[in-house]
Design a protein around this ligand. Structure first.
Ligand code: C5P
Length: 246
């Protein structure tokens, strides 16, 4: 399976964490988490998932030297291709689809910021593409969700919670179909925050693969603290990586 990892964001909501650490703000995926950059944990999970054969790392060229250093430290055995990031996540994934090897028929897309993904979830996602064209890993929402008017801040609706799922990554697709949806998205100026949404707008079915509650996206300093707690719970520290050995 081919895996694209979008890792080209700026992580503006982590500004205060960089300041707290006395460092200049940059891509949040380089913030340390138990002694390794956040991105290292994502890459180690991909390395340890037997179904993943190729990794396309989408990053801003400014970050490439540091990514190369990181890869040398991790000594991954799987091939990793560098793909330039775009101005939005959507544009970054578009670049990733363009740079997939020619034989790639199916693809998983997993955000670099979801660094707690397990190899098991990646493998279950690869298997899902044996029977569907598109899927999203997701979990049922626990909170009651309100639809709120942006200006008045008045609640407009309370959707039935039993129908609501929180979308995660990995998401996976037939490559030709997803490319077509991305092309349509560019032509018709769709602006989306995940690839499943492009598939939906293109009129194609997206199935659910049960995600993991721990598969959080590290967005704020609080998420970083929770991620550290979860890795400790798993008995993981940078010197004890048995979980990731294949
Ligand atoms: O900002 P957010 O955490 O929602 O971004 C989700 C993922 O998309 C992150 O892993 C981030 O690095 C990536 N991204 C990207 N290119 C962008 C913006 C975000 O690859 N221009």
């Amino acid at each position: 399976m081919h895996l694209l990892i979008p890792a080209a964001g700026s992580g503006s909501r982590m500004k205060e964490e960089w300041t707290r650490q006395g460092k200049v703000q940059r891509n949040k995926l380089f913030l340390p988490l138990l002694g390794q950059p956040i991105l290292a944990w994502t890459l180690l999970a991909a390395q340890s998932a037997p179904t993943i054969e190729w990794i396309g790392l989408i990053a801003q060229p400014d970050d490439w030297p540091d990514v190369k250093t990181l890869l040398a430290t991790l000594a991954l055995t799987k091939p990793v291709a560098f793909i330039p990031g775009g101005d939005t996540r959507q544009a970054s994934v578009y670049n990733g689809l363009r740079d997939l090897p020619s034989g790639a028929a199916r693809v998983l897309i997993h955000d670099g910021a979801r660094c707690l993904v397990t190899p098991d979830l990646l493998d279950r996602c690869s298997a899902a593409l044996d029977h569907c064209q598109g899927f999203v890993a997701a979990i049922p929402v626990k909170d009651t969700i309100k639809v709120v008017a942006p200006e008045s801040q008045v609640v407009q609706a309370t959707p039935d919670r039993r129908q609501l799922w929180a979308a995660q990554t990995p998401q996976g697709f037939d490559v030709a179909a997803l490319r077509h949806c991305h092309d349509q998205g560019v032509q018709q100026r769709w602006s989306v925050t995940d690839d499943a949404a492009l598939f939906e707008q293109g009129g194609l079915p997206v199935e659910i693969v049960p995600g993991e509650e721990t598969n959080l996206k590290v967005t704020t300093p609080m998420d970083l603290a929770i991620a550290q707690f979860i890795l400790h719970q798993r008995g993981l520290d940078p010197h004890q990586l048995a979980f990731f050995k294949t």
